[in-house]
Ligand binder design. Structure first.
Ligand code: GTP
Ligand code: MG
Length: 204
């Protein structure tokens, strides 16, 4: 039987990694360009509409938001990077929040980097992944908004992404194709998370 999300609730929102929950539950964080669909995907995964705040205007999520799932693991919604229209000061503030969290959060089991499946590889994303690599941060890639493309174009874009990454990486990270609109990839992504949670429990 497919493991499911039985409960999901908002716990805390803040800008300081030191104020994040201290119970040590594993957590899975979602990062990516502003407007890529992080918050929408969180709502699709949990099947709780409006749990994470979404907006068609970029720059909606500006804090580190913790959502407790099944009382034993967290989903973390992070602010988006690269929103050109906000001030330099605001961008710098967001960069500090993101970096502070990613580099210091011991409970972060895995980071999902979301990229829009409609676009060719963007420098801002590949540079961000290179930065993760330099800092030894494990990550997986999630392609979003797959409903907006036909299969041929979608496959072509994902292949071009693979080729681009292989210019710099010896191995590709796990990749998922998703849509919050029609739930593509939801079961696969949840299985991946549940399997990691199980392996953590076995290690203990
Ligand atoms: P910030 O918090 O601003 O960084 O953005 P975000 O990455 O959390 O994006 P959000 O989930 O708020 O979604 C941005 C816009 O994209 C919204 O208008 C969503 O309805 C739309 N959107 C998100 N995911 C999908 C998807 O899978 N398919 C389609 N068609 N639209 C999507
Ligand atoms: Mg958001």
């Amino acid at each position: 039987m497919q493991e499911e999300v039985k409960s999901a609730k908002f716990v805390i929102s803040n800008t300081d990694v030191k104020k994040c929950p201290t119970d040590g539950f594993p957590e899975y964080a979602f990062i990516g360009r502003s407007n890529v669909g992080k918050s929408s995907l969180i709502n699709t995964l949990t099947q709780v509409n409006g749990l994470a705040k979404t907006s068609s205007t970029p720059g909606k999520t500006l804090c580190i938001n913790h959502f407790l799932v099944n009382e034993e693991w967290y989903i973390v919604d992070l602010p988006g990077y690269g929103y050109a229209k906000c001030s330099k000061d605001a961008r710098e503030k967001i960069r500090k929040i993101i970096e502070g969290y990613i580099l210091n959060r011991q409970a972060m089991t895995l980071l999902f980097v979301l990229v829009d499946s409609r676009h060719s590889p963007q420098k801002i994303d590949t540079e961000f992944m290179a930065w993760l690599g330099e800092n030894g941060v494990p990550f997986s890639i999630i392609f979003t908004k797959a409903d907006k493309l036909g299969k041929t174009k979608l496959d072509a874009n994902i292949n071009s992404y693979r080729r681009k990454l292989l210019e710099e990486w010896e191995e590709l990270p796990p990749m998922f194709v998703t849509s919050s609109e029609n739930k593509t990839g939801r079961a696969e992504l949840l299985k991946y998370i549940f399997d990691i949670n199980k392996s953590i429990k076995t290690e203990k």
